[in-house]
Ligand binder design. Sequence first.
Ligand code: ANZ
Ligand code: ZN
Length: 821
Amino acid sequence: GVAYDFREIEATWGPVWEELGVFTPADDGSRERRYVLDMFPYPSGDLHMGHAEAFAMGDVVARYWNQCGYDVLHPIGWDSFGLPAENAAIKRDAHPAEWTYTNIDTQAASFKRYAISADWSRRLHTSDPEYYRWTQWLFTRFYEKGLAYRKNHPVNWCPKDQTVLANEQVVDGACERCGTAVTKKSLNQWYFKITEYADRLLDDMEALKGHWPERVLLMQKNWIGRSEGAHVDFVIEAGGGREAEKVTVFTTRPDTLHGATFFVVAADAELADQLVTDEHRADLTAYQESVKALSEIERQSTERPKTGVFTGRYAVNPLSGEKLPVWAADYVLADYGTGAIMAVPAHDQRDLDFAREFGLPVRAVVDTGEEDPAETGVATAGEGTLMNSGELDGLGKAEGIAKAIEIVEGAGTGEKTVNYRLRDWLLSRQRFWGTPIPIIHCASCGEVPVPDDQLPVRLPDNLRGEQLSPKGTSPLAAAEDWVNVACPRCGADAKRDTDTMDTFVDSSWYFLRFVSPQYTEGPFDPEAAKNWMPVGQYVGGVEHAILHLLYARFFTKVIHDLGLIEASEPFSALLNQGQVLNGGKAMSKSLGNGVDLGEQLDLFGVDAVRLTMIFASPPEDDVDWADVSPSGSAKFLARAWRLAGDVTSAPGADAATGDAGLRSITHKTVAEAGELLESGKFNVVVAKTMELVNATRKAIDSGAGPADPAVREAVEAVAVVLSLFAPYTAEDMWARLGHEPSVAKAGWPAVDPALLVDDTVVAVVQIKGKVRARLEVSPEIGEDELRELALASDAVQKILGGVEPRKVIVRAPKLVNIVPA
Ligand code: ANZ
Ligand code: ZN
């Protein structure tokens, strides 16, 4: 017969699908809409194995929803601004657009070959002026609401990329992108006020529980870092020629106020310079220099011995009146809480380490039943009863905290407060290939947003190569004809802002643009957004747990508050696909264990690679390419495909007249596959399909025969289920079965509930040769199980009257013979 040739099949169906445009949603309200989205790719080179895995997963969902009859939106686009394009341009003396759009074309061709069921008519690129016009428009709305603002502040600086980084882009003290140790630099930068949304970002996670991976929610929760406590004011006494002044601390344990034995301010905060006496200033300056020389990694290490200097001042404990020496140290962070703490060494390990380093007193105020921290060097942080604490004595932790807050609030020296770890999002970058910030700086008007009708502020196209290289200020500053403009408000000579936006701004709203990518009246058509949002299934890597996913949630909430959309969460369900490993390790250049996707596709075919990705493990688990067998997948696909060629009944043959055994297997497989797909167990669906293929082969060769309509029914079901994983093979099977393309829209096979019921046989129960009961049991029932069933039946119980029988002879599944005692 004809052999399965994946190359020929791919060449046949690719152009047909392109022609049919099968995946453009009707968008007319005739069917329920569903939106499925894969995190859009960054155009660095061609697609890799990671893309192949993630997009295979998203495509299963999209294709399944199509089969179920939903109107499915499954768009594709590119996150196409960013540093790599710029670095490539510098190296090749080119414009970043050249590298970017060439790579996009390469990836688009690969996605088409990979048969992603995308609506290509909605394709977008964030670096297109038609897109970034609306990124700028949104920035302007944020600005008007006070949610985008500029401030001078010490920021994370990557000395290699010569640009600032958001906190989220600093991983273990290093630049997320290039791994260089990040330093601090004071700069005037743009921020989004994400902190204003901290509580809502936290509270609204409740609705995502069960639909988002738990660890992502936990990472976001920790990142937001809500902690309840109190602000407590300490008076710093006059001394060393300085006046008395008030400094506020943030504490989560106001109950331990009586245990405070010293006071610490962040060494790199202005407060330290302000407090220090002249006598100690040189010490402080020298200390600050030594701290600056440390990387962020070293600073945050808990292994490193505590360091610090005395400022020459004393703080007065508002509860006890005790005088506490004020130190400056680097273990207190300048930008958390108030940058100052009361140190309670008995109950906080960092404070205890510091106290032991500098011989400061340790006083336990919570009796936890453990040994004295002053002796052991181990702070007791747990629950206990307050002691040495005046009127707080005898109280537990929660009562103690409440009482302490009541006291300081009564005295006007403190208040209950909530503190967040989350910082505002630093969005400006001193790089070229990004969305220009639509602000004009005018000497008399200050910051003036570019009027909407003058958007987009396009990037100048005359800069290239070396002109883009990082200089610590934005390369845009060099484009003088671009920078110098008239102030939109007063007409005077003014200058454009020369920073560009973090590319995470671009990706914070692209899912909204997809609902109406050609819309020209705004970032999206409100009606279309109402119809499609929120995304029903989002698919992407867990590496985006806090950056992209938090920012996208923030943007969605602000856009909701602007009255532009109803949804206040962007993604109702999230799937984090696993990684593709090779030999148990992530693929990398340095390990030399990379696997080239193109080569795999050439060798085994698209369908075999996709099927392997799906079959290897549950979607959220890693796939080790060293352990899988794409050639095994190819063999299975060939086996399935051959079934279609063997069917001899005509399309539309009445399956009801066919072999009941095979029909039952087919209907059970389809029913189970549906349930498994709903619960994300794609790999098991493949296994079930393999069983159905085997059963069908058996029916053709040694059972019902190729003309039986039940065989056609089985093979058609195989084609439809396979269309989710192996679209080319499925389409070809569909054609061989005598149908028009596309199998993608064939519809999920209807399940006949009558065929799902297991067959039963009647087991006869005899006592002394007389039939006493008949039991309906499975033909597969075991001897022991049948014996128990027989003995438990009412009739048998009555006759035996609770006395153990002498003998029970079981012949499963049909007979049980009981000999009473
Ligand atoms: C006294 C105290 C006693 C504290 C005690 C803890 C335990 P979270 O939960 O992370 O919010 N702290 C406050 N600001 C700080 C800063 N800028 N740098 C370093 N540490 C800072 O931590 C809050 C606690 O961390 C605060 O409560 C403060 O120490 C410290 F038995 O105050 B605590
Ligand atoms: Zn002006």
